[in-house]
Structures are given as structure tokens and as C-alpha cells.
Ligand binder design. Structure first.
Ligand code: BDP
Length: 745
């Protein structure tokens, strides 16, 4: 396609804000004319790249002319070394990014020879940076400075770091400043990650099925690896590096031992090679019984010398192929997975055995605390703490305990996991779920930033007030150096990577919060909206507002007031609060809501399961008292009569109905917001989001109606005045079956 057509087409797809302003209100003549003209142009152009979401937040579409020329004066030259693979990746990204945004890439030069150079590097890679004598102490390997400076009498923008990877991160930050329309004058930014390991966990099977994946198949084309390196692997790495993610666990925690066979390790090595220039290390989920399954041993007992030798040899073999291999992630003795307890050993015995094998190479073990047993009748919410708290201080220095944010399982809302703050002698790593297994799969618009932020800000009070979860995991509270966060990825082969354009925001927010767990989810959403869609304030503000309220809407229409785990069995699609079927009680909704004629909720107070006692005393006291417990968690901790009065004076039943209804109304509101924004984004992405919001509204109504119909069948109470009855009788909702739900193992 000729470039003139290309530029015109882009202008129509993403017109500058003054044109957009002229296009409002909807349906003006100019707008219709632009639509027709744009359509014709697109038809003529034929090969115009549609906005299909592939480019994520790294779209680099041309900025409005005036803005671009302002930035061009800051980007006349690019002065940097291009010796290492990371430096080459950095240069490519700068040229691609600025070339796209400004219509012209800065020319690569050896030294600053005019105004407006961008100078990138480290004191050792760049003589110009060395001469500036910048204070890079405390930035570590990955931190950076972005400074406006003067070199040889010329104003320049400097991205300086101690290591090439820090300069890569700084470069992405600089690009973000341009993408989001911020001035490049008088820059004085300093940033470094607060967590060491910032990892995505892929629950990807070797047959490319993604457990709890709603965005197509696994990205990893194992069959064609290592021969064929899909260019998508590089784009995946670029996206991750742009938000500071520095690790990827390639395979499912429900692991297949075959990943450790030589044939697969060769494939893993090939992926590691693609990711390395972006500062990303690979990790693998390992199956504890691997020594038996692929090693021919009779046991996987961690105290057996043969087993220990087998793992040591396996680690040696991996590091010979992949010298910067990250380490192992392990799900053991949980949901049917093998583990050290099969041999009467503890989780610490298992983790330490693997840690000893990895230690000579600098690798780590991320041992999951998501452990509960069907043979244990105690409240499932208590089991991880019961299991792991006594093991505090018993793990090797290269073991992190990976703890899900809440004590059950990635529900729309949970209290923070009581393990945070309870194990001062062990580095605890956060595990969030980015894929929306419990928040509406691909289609529901649920921005998870506020969920992540709520957990990170929660005050464990473990070492007095201000002992937030963020301070537990960043090591401040108990002086740990090994720190980390894991996010269960929402990424697959769909063109838009994540099953919907708005789900990209969850990947983005996860990365940004892993870099800085005290960042604001609203600020992150704003950056994302600007980079992904538009810088127009008339678009940015309503969309950010919509995103910020979206998670609470899901809580309301699925599981308000602390209810949890009410979804369909196994596949987890849709409501099934009536479900009491096997194979285990703690997988059924009735186990969690405990509703009957008289009341509803799980009594975890001191008169019930006493799960509250796992929290620090001041927190426990608050959670233990229904009058003091946060209302949003009321039924998590208490079983209360339907006519229990909330602070508002409303009865519990009336409030429940109101929350369910509010959730649906909120989605209707989101649809209205989006409907008003037609024209601010390209037609394809606009339409997809609009259709998905319509699906969400239907499914929100379904959740509300099915839940109300069921609870009403137990309590026999009338709906509060003015609330519509469910559209169908309970039997209808109970009769729905879904044999082909995606992501189901
Ligand atoms: C649950 C998922 C299941 C995972 C498990 C885990 O339903 O597919 O295997 O978590 O985290 O939420 O291990």
C-alpha cells in the first residue's frame, strides 16, 4: 500500500482531538462524512492494518502533527552503544516507537553533535553518560534515570542505568512519556523495581490447551520448536519488558513431567534465547514425581539420595543449556498433585531438596502455598496457613513461598491471605490471577487493578499498623532480599492476545504493580487507556472511570457482601449456588454460602471455624465482629440471619438483592458510557468491546436472577419493593448445562 494512503487511513481511524471535538455530538454531518470517507479509503487501501489489538499498548500510531514536531526536536539523534543483544533490542524499540509516533526515527550517532539527542546507556557503555557522573547508586541492575541534561552545549535526554537491562526499562518509560503526551523538558525521573522476581505463570499444557485460558491456545508452539521461532515470541517479550516483567513460567502448575525431558529442554532453550534480549528468564513448573515418571526411579522421596542426585543432575543439564534459567515452580500435594507428603515428608523437605539442586546455579524454587486436602475437614480457608505457618524459617535461602492473594481461590473479592505477615522468616511471593477464571472469562470488562491494589494495600498489622501486604512482599517488613510476584497469565494465540482488548489492561496493570506494588491502579489505567486507545481527555476520563468501577460491578452481580465460590462446577462458568454435587464438598457452592431458611454465610468467627484467629489480633478482632467487619466481607466471616440489619438499616436480604441489582445496573451504565464513545477508537475494537459489554450485561442479569431465585427458594422472603423478580423460575437456571466451556482442564 502506498504510504500516503496509509497515513490518511490512520488519520481517519485516529483523528486528532480537534477533529474529534468537531465530530461530537453523535451523528453530525462531518462525522458521517468522515465515516464514509474513511470506509472508502479503507476499501481502496485494501491492506490497511486493522486495529485488531495485536499491538497492545505499544501501538506507536502517529501523534498529531504539532505534538510530533515538538517531540521530534527532542529526538534528532540517538546516541547509544549497540554491542549487546539487549542494547540492540533497545535501539530497535526506540526506532520503531519514535518512528511510528513521530513519523521519523532518530539517526544513530556515536556522539552528541546537535540539539535534541537521546542518549541511552550505562557509565561503561556510554562515555557521554560516564562524563555526566549521574548518581546511579541504589538503582541496582534494573533501575534507571531519565534526565534532561546538557552535553557539549546541546540539550539532550538521557536514559542512564547500571546495566543494559535497566536502560531497556528506562527506554520503555521514555516511550511511554511520548505515547501519553507528556513533556520531555526538565525530566528528572528515577525508578527501580521494588520486587526482584516479576513473573508470569502460564498454565499452558504441552498440547497447547491453556488451563483457565480464554484467549485461544498456548503461544508456545512446542511441536515446531526449536526449529521455528514464531515472531510472536519476540512481541510477547517486548510487551513484558515494557512493563518490567522479567520472568516467565512456561508451563502449567499441573505439570507434565515431559517438560524436563531433553527434547523439551531444547525447545525451552530456544524460547529462552528469544526472551533473553528483553531481560526475561524462563522458569518451569515441575512435577514432583518426575524422577519416577521420566527418571525410572521407584520413588520421589525428597530425602532419598538417589532422588536428590536425579534432581541435581537435571538442574545441571538445564543450566548447561540455559545458563540464566530462573528455577522451578511447584504445586505439590494439592488437588491431586504428587508431593513430599506422599512420603511422609514436609513441604519444606520437598522445596529444600529442589532448592539444593538449583542453588549452585543461582536458581530459585517458587513453592506454592495453594494447598488443601479433601481428607481434611477443617475450613478450606484455614488449611494453607495451618500447613505452612509451622514451617516458617525452615526453607532454604533460595525458596520463595508463592501465596495466592486470598485464602480460597482468586475469587472476585477475598480478604487478604492470612499467611501474609505470618511467616517473617520466609520470603512470601504474591500470586495474582490475571486470567479471569472467576470474573467473567474473556468477555466481562473487569479491570483487576483495583483488586490487586486492594490486596496490596491491606494492612496485615503483623508488625503494627502499616504492615501492608505490599511491605510484606517487597521484603521491607522482615528484611528479605529475595522478593517477587507472580501473575497467572491471560495470554493466548488470539490476535488481541488476551481474549479482549480490555483484558490487556490486566496484563499491563499486573506488570506495573509487580514493579511497584504501591502504584495507583487508576494512574496505571490512565496510562494504559492513553497508549491503547487515545489521549483525548474526553475519552480517557470516562473510560478510566468505567474501568475503575468494573471490578466492583462483578463482585456485586456475582458474589456480593463476602459471598464466594458460587460458580458452576469444574468449568466455573455462570452461577450455580444450588450445586451440592461431588466429588468433594469444598468444591461445591453450598459449602461456601451455607444458606438455609434462616440465614446465609460462612461462620469463620471464633464461634465458627475460627479462621479469623489466623490474622494478627487487631485484624482478627475486627473480622470477628459482624458489626466491625468490612461489609464487603461480611458473609465471608459470618453466618447471619436474613433479617440481620446492616449499618444502613437495610436487612441483609434486601441489601443482597440491592447489590445484585446494582451490579447489573453498573454494567448497563458501562454500556452507555461506551456507546457515547463511538468514534474515538477504530471501528473494529469499538464494536468488539460493545458486543462484549452486551454479553456481560446478559450474563450479569443471569447471575443476579439465578442467585436471587435460589436464595429466595430457601428463605421465602419477598423482594424489596421496586425490584424486578428473576426472569425465569429457579428450575430454568438449574437446568442449564455447558459441556464445552473453554479453559476447563
Ligand atoms: C484453581 C483453578 C485450577 C488450578 C488451581 C491452582 O481452577 O484450574 O489448577 O486453581 O491454582 O483456581 O492450582
Amino acid at each position: 500500500m502506498n504510504s500516503f494512503l496509509h497515513m490518511l487511513a490512520i488519520t481517519v481511524i485516529d483523528p486528532p482531538s480537534n477533529i474529534r471535538a468537531a465530530r461530537r455530538p453523535r451523528g453530525t454531518i462531518l462525522r458521517r462524512w468522515l465515516g464514509v470517507f474513511g470506509g472508502l479509503l479503507l476499501a481502496c487501501a485494501g491492506t490497511v492494518r486493522a486495529e485488531d489489538g495485536y499491538d497492545l499498548w505499544l501501538r506507536y500510531r502517529p501523534l498529531p502533527a504539532a505534538q510530533a514536531s515538538l517531540y521530534r526536536s527532542h529526538a534528532a539523534q540517538l546516541v547509544m552503544a549497540t554491542a549487546t543483544p539487549i542494547e540492540l533490542a533497545t535501539r530497535d524499540e526506540l526506532q520503531r516507537g519514535l518512528g511510528g509516533l513521530l513519523g521519523q526515527s532518530p539517526a544513530l550517532a556515536d556522539a552528541v553533535s546537535g540539539d535534541g539527542a537521546i542518549v541511552v546507556g550505562t557509565p561503561s557503555s556510554s562515555p557521554a553518560i560516564a562524563r555526566l557522573r549521574l548518581d546511579t547508586a541504589g538503582l541496582g541492575r534494573e533501575g534507571y534515570l531519565i534526565r534532561s541534561a546538557v552535553i557539549a552545549g546541546h540539550p539532550v535526554t538521557v536514559v542512564a542505568a547500571n546495566d543494559d537491562v535497566g536502560a531497556l526499562y528506562g527506554t520503555f518509560h521514555l516511550l511511554r512519556l511520548v505515547q501519553t503526551g507528556q513533556l520531555l523538558d526538565k525530566l528528572d525521573l528515577r525508578d527501580a523495581p521494588r520486587l526482584k522476581l516479576r513473573v508470569l505463570d502460564h498454565w499452558d499444557n504441552l498440547d497447547r490447551h491453556v488451563e483457565r485460558g480464554y484467549a485461544g491456545a498456548s503461544l508456545w508452539d512446542w511441536q515446531k520448536l526449536p526449529g521455528w521461532l514464531d515472531p510472536r515470541y519476540t512481541d510477547y517479550a517486548r510487551a513484558n519488558a515494557s512493563i518490567g516483567i522479567n520472568g516467565t513460567v512456561l508451563n502449567n502448575v499441573n505439570a507434565n513431567a515431559a517438560i524436563l525431558t531433553p527434547a523439551y529442554l531444547d525447545k525451552v532453550k530456544a524460547l529462552a534465547g528469544v526472551f533473553r534480549p528483553y531481560g526475561i528468564r524462563v522458569y518451569l513448573s515441575v512435577k514432583f514425581s518426575a524422577p519416577i515418571e521420566i527418571g525410572g526411579l521407584k520413588t520421589a522421596d525428597p530425602l532419598d539420595p538417589q532422588v536428590q542426585r536425579w534432581w541435581r543432575a537435571k538442574a545441571d543439564e538445564i543450566y548447561a543449556l540455559i545458563p540464566d534459567f530462573g528455577g522451578f515452580l511447584v504445586k505439590a500435594n494439592s488437588e491431586g498433585q504428587p508431593g513430599p507428603q506422599d512420603y511422609g515428608r514436609t513441604h519444606a523437605d520437598g522445596a529444600n531438596m529442589l532448592a539444593d539442586a538449583l542453588a549452585p546455579h543461582g536458581g530459585v524454587v517458587m513453592w506454592r502455598a495453594f494447598v488443601y486436602s479433601q481428607h481434611n475437614n477443617d475450613d478450606r480457608a484455614k488449611q494453607a496457613y495451618t500447613e505452612f505457618k509451622p514451617l516458617d524459617g525452615k526453607f532454604r535461602a533460595n525458596v520463595l513461598l508463592q501465596v495466592k492473594n486470598g485464602p480460597i481461590d482468586f475469587q472476585p473479592r477475598e480478604p487478604f491471605n492470612p499467611l501474609f505477615g505470618a511467616m517473617p522468616g520466609t520470603p512470601l511471593m504474591m500470586e495474582f490471577q490475571v486470567t479471569k477464571e472467576y470474573l467473567g472469562f474473556a468477555t466481562h470488562l473487569a479491570y483487576l487493578g483495583p483488586l490487586f491494589e486492594e490486596v496490596l494495600k491491606a494492612d496485615t498489622q503483623a508488625r503494627g499498623k502499616g504492615s501492608t501486604v505490599a511491605k510484606v512482599i517487597d521484603g521491607q517488613l522482615d528484611g528479605h532480599v529475595l522478593t517477587g510476584m507472580a501473575g497467572v497469565a491471560n495470554i493466548g494465540t488470539d490476535r488481541d492476545w488476551t481474549g479482549s482488548d480490555f483484558n490487556q489492561a490486566n496484563w499491563y496493570a499486573y506488570g506495573r504493580l509487580a514493579w511497584n506494588p504501591e502504584a495507583s491502579s487508576r494512574d496505571i489505567a490512565e496510562d494504559w487507556v492513553r497508549m491503547t486507545f487515545s489521549n483525548d481527555p474526553a475519552f480517557v476520563k470516562p473510560v478510566v472511570d468505567m474501568m475503575m468501577g468494573s471490578r466492583e460491578a462483578v463482585v456485586d452481580y456475582m458474589t456480593p457482601l463476602g459471598l464466594h465460590h458460587l460458580m458452576g462446577h469444574g468449568h466455573h462458568y455462570g452461577p450455580a449456588p444450588w450445586d451440592a454435587s461431588g466429588p468433594r464438598a469444598d468444591w461445591t457452592p453450598v459449602y461456601y454460602h451455607r444458606a438455609d431458611r434462616n440465614g446465609i454465610g460462612f461462620d469463620r468467627s471464633s464461634s465458627g471455624s475460627d479462621a479469623v484467629a489466623q490474622y494478627a489480633p487487631p485484624v482478627a478482632a475486627e473480622f470477628n465482629d459482624p458489626a466491625r467487619a468490612p461489609e464487603a466481607l461480611l458473609l465471608w466471616f459470618h453466618h447471619l440471619p436474613w433479617n440481620y440489619r446492616l449499618h444502613s438499616g437495610q436487612t441483609l436480604w434486601d441489601a443482597l438483592v440491592a447489590h445484585y441489582t446494582r451490579g447489573v445496573e453498573e454494567v448497563a451504565q458501562m454500556r452507555n458510557t461506551w456507546a457515547r464513545l463511538d468514534g474515538y477508537v477504530d471501528a473494529d475494537r469499538y464494536r468488539k468491546a460493545a458486543s462484549f459489554l452486551a454479553i456481560q450485561q446478559d450474563e450479569a442479569q443471569w447471575w443476579r436472577d439465578a442467585s436471587i431465585a435460589y436464595f429466595q427458594s430457601l428463605n421465602g422472603l419477598p423482594l424489596p419493593a421496586g425490584y424486578r423478580p428473576p426472569a425465569h423460575p429457579l428450575s430454568y437456571y438449574e437446568s442449564l448445562t455447558f459441556p464445552f466451556v473453554p479453559g476447563y482442564p
